[in-house]
Design a protein. Structure first.
Length: 144
């Protein structure tokens, strides 16, 4: 079962657009957008550090994630195991564009279908933000 839920008011980039969360009750998998206000932010940052994606996060000196960057995270139970991040910006053609900047996964959780579900959740989130153009979303089989 996959459930789509919204987040608290004021935590999305576009107040009229819902935030996407997926739950898979059978496997304990949950996929949701995470930012510096999320209770698991410190653990998510550690996952991103281990995966080598920290330099691609748009985090200011105070630890705030840019409002233009979306970090989708897959949790197994309370543990973050994979992430995919993209930046939303206007394109030269005048539409909103989503550009994938980094992704990663804990090696022990590879090849369990989490990659595909996280990828689709990120596409859903980009669509909810009215992104008409996607750049860099073609991913290979290596998530580390």
């Amino acid at each position: 079962m996959i459930e789509i839920m919204g987040m608290k008011a004021g935590t999305t980039m576009c107040a009229a657009e819902p935030n996407v969360s997926r739950r898979n009750a059978a496997g304990g998998l949950r996929i949701e957008p995470v930012d510096n206000w999320h209770k698991a932010w410190d653990e998510v940052r550690k996952l991103i550090d281990r995966s080598g994606g920290s330099k691609r996060l748009l985090v200011d000196a105070d630890g705030w994630l840019s409002a233009r960057q979306v970090v989708m995270v897959a949790f197994v139970g309370k543990t973050p195991v994979a992430f995919l991040s993209f930046i939303v910006s206007p394109s030269k053609q005048g539409c909103v564009e989503a550009r994938k900047v980094c992704h990663g996964m804990e090696p022990t959780f590879e090849a369990r279908g989490i990659e595909s579900q996280l990828y689709h959740a990120a596409l859903e989130r980009a669509k909810a933000l009215r992104c008409l153009s996607l750049r860099g979303f073609r991913l290979n089989s290596k998530w580390r």
